[in-house]
Design a protein around this ligand. Sequence first.
Ligand code: NDP
Ligand code: 2IT
Length: 448
Amino acid sequence: MTQLHPHLAPVFDEVLHRNPGESEFHQAVFEVLESLGPVVTKRPDYVDAAILRRIVEPERQIIFRVPWVDDASNVQINRGFRVQFNSALGPFKGGLRFHPSVYLGIVKFLGFEQIFKNSLTGMPIGGGKGGSDFDPKGKSDAEVMRFCQSFMTELSRHIGQYTDVPAGDIGVGGRELGYLFGQYKRLTNAYESGVLTGKGLTWGGSQVRKEATGYGTIYFLDEVLHSRGDSFEGKRVVVSGSGNVAIYAIEKVQQLGGTVVACSDSSGYIVDEAGIDVELLQDVKEVRRGRIAEYAERRPSASFTSEGSIWQVACDIAVPCATQNELDESDANTLAANGCTLVGEGANMPTTQAAARVFASAGVTFAPGKAVNAGGVATSALEMQQNASRDSWTFEHTDDRLEEIMKGIHDRCAETADEYGRPGDYVAGANIAGFNRVADAMLALGVI
Ligand code: NDP
Ligand code: 2IT
């Protein structure tokens, strides 16, 4: 572990003391603090106003019981969370995750990352995150609906278009957002479109929001490649996951002339040397909600493996799009040895700190999630703009806006890294650029 700056070490110690057992949150905080040494040296006013000590403490944390009745008439109890982390730049904004692994430490790591990601977009959105340990897998639509209605019955007191605007994340897609919005509308007797993003196109959603995180991820990586005089044309790419982010990342890579040869889910991975057939993948994962092995059963050029790691598949570019800490030190060594030159995080914190250090020392360009996957939340902010003006834009216009935003984020990270003497270090660039904008707003708003 590197040493933190003397002003930052006590901040981290306080985080460890106040948040015992929340290892993902500790990891996310450490990764940001590690980049901020040069900032606190340059800006003693941030230290004097305790910006660092305030930014690691959520403004509000809500934990609630979610009781619901399953199809066999049994009462089930889940736990719900919303962490409203920082609203200096705008209303709290960030997704909801439904996955059995969700606990406060996961929600806090995601909410903390969201502050800097949202800042990097340049849009007026603060950072928050929520979710539940509910597992939508294997549940009927009616069970998912009853769970979502119960979850929203409590969450509705804490959200609003000017307060806190949730969206999707792992396990929360169009179906779940529909049930959540329906219940909010019923409880409040108001069609308040701006209270949630990721809505369907017939009920207030934006074009491109579904595709935005995956497309935005690839637009960002395309900028990295352009900055080296290169492109996706002819590149061999591995994308982990096969959910919302992965599917549209795969589609965009192939539109730009690359070939995605592998993807995965929590049961294993498939290799398809002919290039992933996105329509088939959508049918297996989005329509049928099936397992990735079914793709290989239906496609002669593909094979399924349940053992080992997807990162053993040789590639030029690796795009982890599944979940946190899915790419470890040994995976990073394998990727580097196999000639991978670029890793971009479509997921939130998929790369362990040890793996990121391997990439740095092996000369593999590493682009962090808070910059790379910001296209999802940026398009959520475009959805909020459309809702506020009761307008709806075309696919082409919205996609152009997304591409422009991703180029802007790329350039902001690259320029900030140069300014702080870390050329090519996208981690430092993203953390510093994201932090500075929030810190300036917090300074202006006083001690609150
Ligand atoms: P989905 O639920 O649509 O898909 C998640 C994918 O990751 C599935 O293939 C799932 O496999 C796999 N996965 C999830 N958890 C695990 C696990 N513990 N181990 C192995 N595989 C796992 O989610 P998204 O595509 O929306 O999210 C993927 C990542 O991108 C997350 O890190 C999320 O925070 C991040 N993200 C999402 C954004 C969005 O707009 N949706 C925006 C920015 C970031 P299985 O089906 O087997 O569970
Ligand atoms: O991690 C993320 O940025 C998201 N899950 C999307 C958040 C949003 O509000 O669109």
